[in-house]
Design a protein around this ligand. Structure first.
Ligand code: HEM
Ligand code: HEM
Length: 172
């Protein structure tokens, strides 16, 4: 299975990744900068649940994205050790996001929730920057390889001499 993604596959990843990141960012802005103290003292903004609804949907979509990358993109690139360092970094961040995302849903009590939330959104921001770096490194290496393969091979003097010698030997 090929490592390089089709244009359409790539676009889906960018679309779902952008919704995932922007919905997380939207929640952060609403919660930290727009919230006003409510009846019971805790600060909330009315848009917060909407950002999380969108974020939850995008997170489900992103899990499908990861699934779609595992058999081709990731398995083939891993076998050839191509762009694997930044790829592994991405997978590690996704694992942190999955675990902390699960924690935010089901495991957070009053004390641990703010920590889980902090780790989650820092990993999310790092993943957005990490993905950009991963793509840049991957495409740069692929283009360099293309340029080398396309370059016409200059006739090698020793090679030519050896070929002529073999030819002479055959014809004699
Ligand atoms: C969260 C996991 C990952 C995501 C979302 C991801 C996404 C992407 C995207 C969008 C591209 C640019 C499209 C393209 O060039 O085809 C790319 C390039 C690349 N990735 Fe990944 N990737 C992930 C993990 C990995 C891993 C684990 C590896 C290696 C073991 C890897 C190896 C590569 C390589 C070699 C390229 C350059 C392909 C080329 O242009 O020929 N990726 N990745
Ligand atoms: C694999 C990727 C991700 C998954 C599976 C995921 C999952 C989740 C889940 C399940 C929640 C809890 C929703 C709720 O309480 O209703 C959440 C909240 C949140 N996520 Fe993500 N997320 C991911 C990526 C990101 C990214 C890239 C960001 C970028 C900033 C981000 C920022 C946030 C924020 C700010 C919250 C709210 C935290 C809180 O309630 O204290 N997430 N995420």
């Amino acid at each position: 299975m090929p490592i390089r993604l089709s244009r359409q596959h790539e676009r889906w990843i960018y679309l779902i990744g952008a919704i995932l990141f922007l919905s997380g960012l939207g929640w952060l802005i609403a919660h930290n900068f727009l919230a006003a103290p409510g009846e019971f003292g805790d600060a909330h903004h009315p848009s917060e649940p909407w950002w999380l609804r969108l974020h939850g949907a995008a997170a489900m979509g992103f899990l499908m994205v990861i699934g779609s990358l595992l058999p081709g993109h990731i398995a083939s690139a891993w076998r050839l050790r191509k762009n694997h360092r930044s790829g592994l970094f991405m997978l590690a961040l996704v694992a942190v996001l999955l675990l902390t995302g699960y924690g935010l849903y089901y495991a957070g009590d009053e004390q641990s929730r703010p920590w889980i939330s902090l780790i989650h959104w820092i990993a999310g921001t790092a993943a957005a920057a990490g993905l950009w770096l991963h793509i840049w490194l991957g495409k740069r290496k692929a283009n360099m390889l293309h340029a080398v393969v396309r370059k016409p091979i200059a006739p090698d003097a020793t090679g030519t001499a050896a070929a002529v010698a073999v030819q002479r030997k055959r014809s004699s």
